[in-house]
Design a protein around this ligand. Structure first.
Ligand SMILES: C[S@@+](CC[C@H](N)C(=O)[O-])C[C@H]1O[C@@H](n2cnc3c(N)ncnc32)[C@H](O)[C@@H]1O
Length: 245
């Protein structure tokens, strides 16, 4: 099984299972993201907003966004047809326009006011990341906004991780980008007004005692801040927003 096949296997099975627990109940990071989008939208001049979620999985985040933003037209894309089938079969998402599409080959000719990339940026690095940002920039309307949530770090440090675990028995590659990399790329592709908001989770997460079962858990610092870990890996989750000029 190749890296791509192994990732597909995980995303179309275990990740969809994980998503189910958040169908009725928002993740803490989604609460922050939705508040950020709502606040930005309230200052946005256009009335008929169109929002595209890139890498929408089962459409869970769109479900919650829909409740918070009832006047918005929602679109979702994902790389894998079997995932889009799950989204399309959800009656609560019948008014959402879903497409199987690769963000590296975005074929939309029309533009969106808001683009959301939640837990997606870390799949790409180098030329591929440049292509992704260029594609996203092309379909973001002038004055529109990109929102992302990804492990991003304030150091001048690009981190490429190869994980082999029960979740990813073959290699899975994750890229933790620096603010600087993201800033350069976004500016090159016409984005401005960048804001990085490191995510501080307000609740303790218990990873359990089965160390083979890689769960996300938190550790408190002496200052009381909660650091987010998955296995041995610290994940500097961060929200990012940027405005297309
Ligand atoms: C970790 S999941 C995040 C799902 C969702 N955004 C959320 O917040 O729960 C990443 C999703 O991105 C999709 N994805 C990965 N590579 C992609 C690509 N090149 N184009 C479009 N979607 C992609 C995956 O299939 C998966 O559903």
């Amino acid at each position: 099984m190749s890296e791509g096949e192994s990732r597909r296997d995980y995303l179309t099975t275990k990740y969809l299972e994980y998503q189910k627990q958040y169908a009725g109940n928002l993740r803490e990071s989604d609460k922050v993201l939705i508040a950020l989008i709502k606040e930005t939208m309230s200052n946005y001049p256009k009335k008929n907003h169109r929002l595209l979620e890139v890498g929408c999985s089962s459409g869970n985040l769109i479900l919650h966004l829909k409740k918070a933003l009832p006047m918005v037209e929602f679109h979702g894309i994902d790389l894998f047809p079997e995932i889009i089938e799950v989204s399309k079969s959800n009656p609560d998402l019948s008014d959402v326009i879903f497409n199987v599409m690769d963000v590296r080959n975005l074929t939309y000719q029309d533009k969106f006011d808001f683009i959301v990339m939640n837990a997606v940026l870390s799949y790409f690095k180098g030329d591929e990341l440049n292509l992704v940002i260029s594609n996203v920039a092309r379909v973001t309307d002038s004055g529109g906004w990109l929102f992302a949530f990804s492990p991003l770090n304030p150091f001048e440090q690009e981190i490429h991780i190869i994980e082999i675990s029960t979740a990813h028995p073959r290699e899975a590659i994750f890229n933790f980008h620096s603010y600087l990399t993201m800033e350069k790329l976004l500016r090159n592709h016409g984005f401005a007004n960048l804001e990085f908001r490191p995510f501080s989770i307000p609740i303790d997460l218990d990873g359990g005692n089965d160390f083979r079962d890689l769960k996300t858990y938190t550790i408190r610092t002496a200052q009381g801040e909660r650091l987010n870990f998955r296995g041995s890996l610290f994940q500097p989750w961060c929200h990012l927003k940027a405005r297309k000029e």
